[in-house]
Design a protein. Sequence first.
Length: 574
Amino acid sequence: MKKYSIIKRMTSRITVIGYCLLVIGMTSCSDMLETESDLVEFEENHTLNHATDSVYSVMGILNKMQVIADRVVVLGEVRGDLMLPTLSASTDLKRLSAFDFKEANSYNRISDYYAVINNCNYYLAHVDTAMERRGRNLFLREYAVVKSYRAWTYLQLALAYGKVPLVLQPLMTEKEAREAMSQTPADIQTICETFINDLTPFVGVNLPDFGSINSMSSEDFFIPMRVLLGDLCLWAGRYQEAARWYHDYLTDRYDPIQMSTQRIIWPNSTQYGTPLDNYNPTGDREVLCYIPMEPTVFSGNISNLPNLFNSTRENNYFYGLTPSSAMSRIAADQIYCFEESMQGATTKDTIYAPRTGFTRGEYLGDLRYSSNYSLTSTGTQSDYSEYSSYRQRINKIASSKVTLYRRTMIYLRYAEALNRAGYPQSAFAILKYGICDDILKNRVDSVEVSQAGNLVAFDPEVFRFEGSYFGIHSLGSGDAHANEYYTLPQPATQLASRQDTVNYQIPLVEDLIITEMALEGAFEGYRFNDLMRVALRRNDPAYLANAVSRREGTVDEALRTLLMNSDNWYLPLP
């Protein structure tokens, strides 16, 4: 992708704005908006009123987002329970994993986030929103895109730091920045509420199309507004609205997003040599939005995720992060089953895969783990070699892009929102059966369907059950619809009311959804945030602390004690 510079570099009067963020009370020489980070790439008092401003402005902001793209993934995985730093990992990665922030850390550079935000603020303040050509607002689409970039960046800030200064105007002088950054920091709830209100008026605005850039469709660089609003509502606890935003995006009449049917499966119940792998979470059909990265360091900002997650020539095959015992345990705990017709039988039988005898340990349970991860030994290196004898490969990692949204993860967040909105049967149907009108008629009772209304309405001409419809659990665990061990939780005895049963089911279905998010979204940067969201929702820090402290197989009591205080979940403000 060509590196776009919006306009020429600003004078020192513009870039000096970063210095003043020290007024929050920190005495460190580190910064929140540092003076040499080119925080604004516009000319002073420049009004954006030329047709060419649209592509250069948006691409310039996207260039700033490239700087934080890797970090969003690393913070989401290294603080979670599914990955561990290796002996070859940097000290900063090891300290991040241990929640040890006593020393400076390269992953704690808040100024990079504010570089995105300040450029967004400048664009929004100076673009000519009244300018029209042939009856069309010339900058409305780009205006909406920049608003979504700013909201997404603030959400990432809040997830990393907990509370941060909320600045919605461009900071052009040291005095302005000092005043803005001395305000009381905003928490996740405040940030979500602010940007729900900010984005909602732009839901109907179409995304721009800048054509193909470096063989990638530029439309995929822009965040779907409804999905982002769904995320903000999910974090804000506005579950009915979150479900509606996700549902409306997935069922858009012009561009409906059907559930994925790409699975990794055993050929049949007698062959356990090598699975048939049609599972591709990074494919164009699955990935809906991403930050494009530069092909080489000479072009600009490249992704270092391949060197952290995989064995490469550049890192002498010494990868920095590897799946944890918790990750392998979650996959192995799943029960794989087949639905097969035996010769001469008129009905199908359900057969369960064995628990031993596989050629690879990763083949036990859910097969998405084995599809995503492999470790092989070359057996050729001496103990004194500069090269590792092992080759790790995590297939989800690409050098060309950092994924922000893909279809299956959106369906899982839709399920999470539905469940918390009071519709656990529909949420569980997404996991076990898939969701469409036929599924709802047969798997969800009429009371819930009536109460959910349009939140579970699907066009039968588009979303049809035709014998090849799968729930998300089936993507790696076989024919989940036939699995008698994978069922909607039910109380042991009948409760006093239907609502009591719903209340009993909601946290248990939520546990199943979060487990499915680990199986489906592992290594993509979601895990810590998913655990944190549920822990905050339940006001139960142990939900996060227990999971993270067990990532190496046994409980790390010191880490658990540390994480029982939610203040320790976040990076410290510099």
